[in-house]
Design a protein around this ligand. Structure first.
Ligand SMILES: [Zn+2]
Length: 282
């Protein structure tokens, strides 16, 4: 990675609480300024992740989302404000992030991530944060990150439960954990079952923290560990994960060698039918 120029006096002031940390310092801050992180979804998880990356001075933050802000989003999605209702989420997100830190280059991808565009979009970034709220996107992002060799910082939330982990290509992936998606309708989404808004901040902040650690090359990441959070009892547990040799993507004899039709894989109607039949969930 090429190093950024010396920090400006303004940057030294802004990032002083990073720079005085032995594990970050001026070199680490320049790594953050040089980094490019893609966030899938400007929703409950993408919001806090994006805010903390921008505040930290991550130089390029990309956001993929095709939704517009709805009033029901405002219970948790801190990138969007009351006046943003009806605006595209990526535009609202860009405004908020620039208000926090004008130095950040916010790249908006106002589109639904698909098998057609995922490789092209993800290839432009160093690390991906997954804030997807549906199974087709979760498998799509997992497969594309593995095929492109990009670390994936995964998170999910529902009701009072949260999960977070880090997938480093070659040491396990989402399909190692969940080779097949649950039958359609088995697992509700946040629109159907709800979520405690503050929990999205907790899990999204964990995703931001893991991303910053990966950029800085410090600490032990959640790689090979699945963190399970029960906010109702405030219980944090950890499950060890191993790469599954029979994983269809990253195992010894892979059968998934390129992106597939994820709607079909998840047993859902094709995109055009579902767009008519269902409203976006998050
Ligand atoms: Zn795998």
């Amino acid at each position: 990675m090429t190093q950024a120029r010396a920090l400006t006096p303004q940057q030294v002031k802004r990032y002083s609480r990073h720079i005085i940390m032995g594990q970050v310092g001026s070199l680490g801050q320049r790594k953050l300024i040089n980094a490019k992180v893609l966030i899938i979804g400007a929703g409950g998880l993408g919001s806090p992740s994006a805010v903390y990356l921008a505040l930290a001075g991550v130089g390029t933050v990309g956001i993929v989302d095709f939704d517009v802000v709805e009033i029901s989003n405002l219970q948790r999605q801190i990138l969007h404000h009351n006046d943003d209702v009806g605006r595209p989420k990526v535009v609202s997100a860009q405004d908020s992030l620039h208000a926090y830190n004008p130095d950040v280059n916010v790249v908006v991808h106002e589109t639904m991530l698909s098998s057609e565009n995922a490789m092209e979009i993800i290839s432009q970034y160093d690390i991906v944060i997954n804030g997807a709220d549906n199974f087709p996107s979760r498998y799509l992002v997992n497969d594309a990150c593995y095929l492109l060799g990009k670390p994936l910082v995964d998170g999910s939330i529902l009701i009072f439960d949260g999960q977070a982990t880090v997938f480093i290509p070659g040491s396990g992936c989402y399909r190692c954990l969940f080779p097949t998606p649950p039958p359609p309708g088995m697992v509700p989404n946040c629109a159907e079952a709800g979520v405690l808004g503050a929990l999205t901040g907790l899990v999204g902040s964990i995703q931001a923290t893991e991303t910053l650690k990966l950029i800085l090359g410090i600490g032990e990441s959640l790689q090979s560990r699945l963190l399970l959070i029960d906010a109702l009892s405030m219980d944090f547990r950890e499950v060890r994960m191993k790469k599954n040799p029979s994983c269809p993507l990253c195992g010894d004899n892979p059968t998934v060698t390129e992106l597939i039709d994820y709607e079909m894989f998840c047993g859902l109607p094709s995109l055009t039918e579902s767009a008519v039949a269902a409203q976006p969930a998050d």
